[in-house]
Design a protein around this ligand. Structure first.
Ligand SMILES: NC(=O)c1ccc[n+]([C@@H]2O[C@H](COP(=O)([O-])OP(=O)(O)OC[C@H]3O[C@@H](n4cnc5c(N)ncnc54)[C@H](O)[C@@H]3O)[C@@H](O)[C@H]2O)c1
Length: 260
């Protein structure tokens, strides 16, 4: 298997893209640590991994807390024997135009998506630089590549993740650490469903109708993506097949951001 003897640390592994990636890593032989504020979700992922014969450590907590980040990475190294891959995936958003965005909503999104990604990368890179090997994958979004209506804090946080990725790649490439960033488009997860439901509520339409119209008008491949289709790219970027890829920003969006 591709990742026998390796360890992957995944934030937000209790649902959606994070869960699919945790399961995919474990299926390729990696031991997996997941950090999530949702214990039940994380436990569901752990059960799925263990039922398939894999190894999974779960840590309940928020990546916006530096103590949770530091302790969870130390625990991963201690209990799973190392740290080879980090998937900085946990994220949150809310739907509102600028004038309805409060300071606390802004802070929550930036603290989780951008500062959380920064703190995890910093703590992980410290270990990776010491061992001379590591791959960090940051989950940005199509919203990081251009603005999204009703989504200023989220888009801002995701744009920041793209530049954070490049900075890490520049600073630690010589030390054996690669860092890349993915930009998923519309992926069928609870987060995407919630977004469309809330946009729909503002337009007096059901979320599924909003999503269908968006897909038809904007996605060249004419469908939403699946979490497993994001996971497979994350695993490729962590694998030796991508050993010369660093500092890259990879859309996974069926062509959504290719142009007008
Ligand atoms: N689904 C999409 O269409 C889409 C598109 C672009 C980017 N993304 C990004 O992909 C990532 C995963 O999203 P998803 O669609 O799988 O959503 P999801 O809601 O299914 O999963 C997100 C997970 O992150 C966890 N989480 C949230 N805040 C956390 C925190 N502070 N600390 C620890 N865990 C936390 C949640 O509990 C949940 O388990 C997010 O960063 C999101 O912005 C998703």
């Amino acid at each position: 298997m591709r990742f026998d003897g390796k360890t992957a640390y995944i934030t937000g592994g209790g649902s959606g893209i994070g869960r699919a990636t945790a399961i995919a890593f474990a299926a390729e032989g990696a031991s997996v640590a997941i950090v999530d504020i949702d214990f039940e979700g994380a436990d569901g992922t752990r059960k799925a991994i263990e039922d398939a014969g894999g190894k999974c450590l779960i840590i309940e907590g928020s990546i916006s807390s530096s103590a949770v980040v530091d302790n969870s990475i130390k625990d991963t190294i201690k209990k799973l024997g190392g740290l080879d891959f980090v998937f900085n995936n946990a994220g949150c958003e809310f739907v509102a135009p600028l004038l309805e965005t409060t300071d606390s909503q802004w802070d929550e999104v930036i603290d989780t998506n951008l500062k959380g990604t920064f703190m995890v990368a910093r703590q992980a890179a410290e270990h990776m630089v010491r061992t001379g090997f590591g791959v960090i994958i940051n989950n940005a979004s199509d919203a990081g590549l251009r603005g999204i209506r009703l989504n200023a804090a989220y888009s801002t946080s995701k744009a920041g993740i793209i530049h954070l990725t490049k900075s890490i790649a520049l600073d630690y490439g010589a030390a054996g650490v690669r860092c890349n960033c993915i930009c998923p488009g519309c992926i069928r997860t609870p987060l995407c469903e919630r977004f469309n439901r809330e946009v729909g509520a503002r337009k007096g339409k059901p979320g599924e109708e909003v999503l269908d119209a968006f897909v038809k008008a904007n996605i060249p491949m004419q469908r939403v993506g699946l979490p497993e289709e994001v996971a497979s790219v994350v695993l490729f970027l962590c694998s030796d097949d991508a050993r010369y890829v660093s500092g890259a920003t990879i859309p996974i969006d069926g062509g959504l951001t290719a142009g007008m």
